[in-house]
Design a protein around this ligand. Structure first.
Ligand code: CA
Length: 228
């Protein structure tokens, strides 16, 4: 099955690079240079994945994310420049799946697309309940966490936090999403909870908590559980 990608990007060089890369990988690539052109294409037919630049000539991607998310579960990857940090977080909270910061490598782009597609696929089929990478095995059904062959004892909150990351393994989860899902909607400003519990989790799971290989920090945005 050929997967269809809609690339919304006004920079001709980046657009051409993404288009040729994804074509070589076997994707059917459509492109749009503005919010209005993308909206017209999306009304006509729906791609399997949407790759969305934040800064577009006739507006930003936020309007598109909201429109698409109202009706569809397709993966949305946001492509942003470094100075667009605040807007990027807003879009992730609004329902975008992940983001790439310019400049990004072709390998990174393909990896993010694979993770986003896999995640959406498994969400429809069955929820992700098992995570395994190197020395770490997490089973959400059995409620077990095994690290370097030993079963770890986690507090209920530590387990909830890890479980939330397992369900989005490989994708960034924003601070707001984590705080809402683990502690509740009234705790979205309490980022110190997150820092505290992430520190505890790392000290139990990571060989070197200062150089985490599983629980990765996305500076200013959130956290990501590493996948192979
Ligand atoms: Ca742009």
């Amino acid at each position: 099955m050929t997967l269809r990608v809609l690339v919304v990007e006004d920079d001709p060089e980046i657009r051409a690079l993404i288009q040729s890369t994804l074509s070589v990988e076997g994707f059917d690539v459509q492109t749009a240079v503005s919010v209005s052109e993308a909206t017209a294409l999306l009304c006509h037919s729906l791609p399997d994945i949407l790759l969305l630049d934040l800064g577009l000539p006739d507006g930003n991607g936020a309007t598109l994310v909201q429109k698409v998310r109202k009706h569809h579960a397709l993966p949305i990857l946001v492509v942003s420049a470094r100075h667009q940090e605040a807007q990027k977080i807003e879009l992730l909270d609004a329902g975008a799946d992940d983001y790439l910061t310019k400049p990004f490598s072709v390998a990174e782009l393909l990896a993010r697309i694979r993770v986003a597609l896999r995640h959406r696929g498994t969400t429809v089929a069955a929820a992700v309940t098992v995570h395994e990478l190197d020395d770490l095995q997490v089973d959400l059904t059995l409620h077990t966490v095994v690290s370097r062959g030993r079963e770890l004892h986690l507090t209920p909150t530590e387990f909830k936090l890890l479980a939330r990351l397992v369900r989005s393994a490989g994708r960034v989860v924003t601070h707001r999403q984590l705080l809402t899902d683990v502690w509740g909607a009234e705790f979205t400003e309490h980022t110190h909870y997150l820092r505290l519990y992430m520190g505890q989790l790392r000290s139990k799971i990571e060989i070197d908590p200062a150089e985490p290989r599983h629980l990765l920090t996305e500076t200013g945005v959130g956290y990501r559980l590493a996948v192979s």
